[in-house]
Write a protein that binds this ligand. Structure first.
Ligand SMILES: *Cc1c(COP(=O)(O)O)cnc(C)c1O
Length: 466
């Protein structure tokens, strides 16, 4: 049974179910698995036929992480149920772009972005775990656009969960906002915060760091600080490799990155034994990570809005997990480094840590003009509209790819119809929403506006009543 430990070395070690419900550790750190299982010890995965469906692979990959906290049959059924509604039988299908470059299409869930893949499972895990404990939580989530709707879709039917979702006012696309605010469910509150995504994320962290609030509301987190999300994302790296490199040959991934959750799952897949050649971090103008790979220093700059708003982030929460692993799991050193970063906005990461991180990653940035040019280019070459986040990935992948003999997989993180303005600007064609969302722009919205202030957020949490 795998237990979970905090990246800051000052919180209790927990079982999967407790780490799931706890979200942020009490010392401010993130929970990580104390041991990382390797594929060569996972007999069940090895025994699967080459054409095993997604949910079977998903179960085999994730079972070691949850074993001991949930019944095997319950988890098996939950995984199947989570992916049954996806609009493609492969769940995460591959699309050929030519030159052995591929898109891994992660947009087939209910909200058209990759976050559905983890959250459809996480919502079910929450409800199951809470049901067995006869407990309730209030989930507090910050969103740069896509997490919010994916969380709301995943949680709207949950009996044991209430959710308050914070988005930065005016900084998410209309489609993204409407996907959140047109859901009319008694257990959901949408709040438009006067600030940036980082402000929203700070409000969530402030609530979690407040013992009294945690206690009063039983706070839960479905942001990618929750380990279960990273875990569920490991699966599609494995399914891509099973398809593109069935003989175990190497392959590379490029990931449009904001909070570092998606690409971190790729790093875990590599640790588990997936033959990953390059893991490429692709950023927009908010390029704190790219600058870190160049300089070895983390230096925050003000967030600038871009065509890829879900990557408009300067403090990538999940990077902490990588720092912790690269430090040799020195939680106290990680806590010191991050507290210095908090107060000064600029820290040099110890050289040995950076050397180990650089060994696993490459990183590149693409600005807004380049993003539009890339959307156009892919449309002209392969006749497929891609969204601005994915375009950052395809361009950076081409630029940083080391070996043309190794398949390159770019993670397609959103459907272009979520960002129709940018796509139309680039190509003159306006992508349309799939039929099941065609009335989105006419539906009534439900949300409140609030200042960047924890008190206002607490008021919303109280609004559900006892
Ligand atoms: C959330 C998101 C990202 C960034 O993913 P991280 O896990 O935060 O790095 C990229 N693209 C889209 C469309 C997203 O919704």
């Amino acid at each position: 049974m795998i237990s979970y430990v905090s990246t800051r070395g000052g919180a209790p070690e927990l079982a999967f179910g407790d780490a799931l419900l706890t979200g942020l550790a009490t010392d401010g750190g993130l929970y990580c698995p104390a041991e990382v299982p390797t594929f060569d010890t996972m007999a069940e995965l090895a025994a699967l036929p080459a054409d095993a469906p997604y949910d079977e692979v998903a179960f085999a990959v994730m079972w070691p992480f949850v074993e001991g906290s949930i019944e095997r049959d319950v988890f098996r059924a939950m995984v199947t149920d989570a992916y049954a509604g996806f609009r493609d039988p492969a769940v995460c299908p591959l699309v050929d772009l030519g030159d052995d470059q591929h898109l891994l299409d992660l947009t087939k869930g209910p909200t058209l972005a990759f976050k559905d893949i983890a959250l459809q499972l996480v919502g079910r895990l929450f409800d199951d775990e809470l049901g067995r404990r006869d407990a309730q939580v209030t989930v507090l989530a910050a969103t740069s656009g896509d997490t919010g709707s994916a969380a709301i879709e995943a949680l709207k039917g949950c009996r044991n969960v209430r959710a308050v979702v914070l988005h930065p006012r005016g900084r998410v696309s209309d489609v993204q906002r409407r996907q959140m605010t047109t859901v009319d469910a008694a257990n959901i509150r949408n709040v438009a915060i006067e600030g940036t995504f980082d402000d929203c994320q700070d409000l969530v962290k402030a609530a979690f760091n407040d013992e009294a609030l945690r206690h009063e509301f039983g706070l839960g987190a479905v942001n990618s600080i929750n380990w279960a999300r990273v875990m569920a994302q490991i699966v599609y790296y494995v399914t891509a490799a099973r398809t593109l490199a069935p003989d175990g040959g190497p392959l590379s991934f490029t990931v449009p990155t904001g909070n570092f959750g998606n690409i971190l799952a790729g790093w875990y897949a590599k640790r588990m034994g997936l033959p990953v050649d390059q893991l490429i971090v692709a950023s927009n103008r908010n390029d704190v990570l790219t600058r870190y790979f160049d300089t070895g220093a983390l230096s925050a700059e003000p967030v600038v809005p871009s065509f890829s708003p879900s990557m408009d982030i300067q403090v990538s929460s999940n990077f902490e997990r990588l720092l912790w692993e690269s430090s040799g799991r020195d939680g106290h050193a990680v806590a010191r480094l991050l507290s210095a970063f908090r107060s000064t906005g600029n820290v040099v990461v110890p050289e040995a840590w950076t050397a180990s991180i650089r060994a696993d990653f490459d990183a590149g940035m693409l600005d807004d003009a380049g993003t539009l040019a890339e959307i156009r280019r892919v449309d002209e070459r392969v006749g497929r509209l891609i969204d601005p986040h994915t375009a950052v990935g395809t361009e950076v992948a081409r630029r940083l790819r080391r070996n043309p003999a190794v398949p390159m997989v770019v993670l397609e993180t959103a459907d272009p119809a979520k960002f129709p303005d940018a796509v139309e600007k680039a190509t003159g064609r306006r992508p349309s929403l799939p039929p099941f969302l065609s009335e989105l722009m006419e539906r009534t919205e439900h949300y409140v506006e609030a200042p960047n202030d924890l008190g206002a957020v607490v008021e919303q949490m109280r609004s559900f009543g006892p």
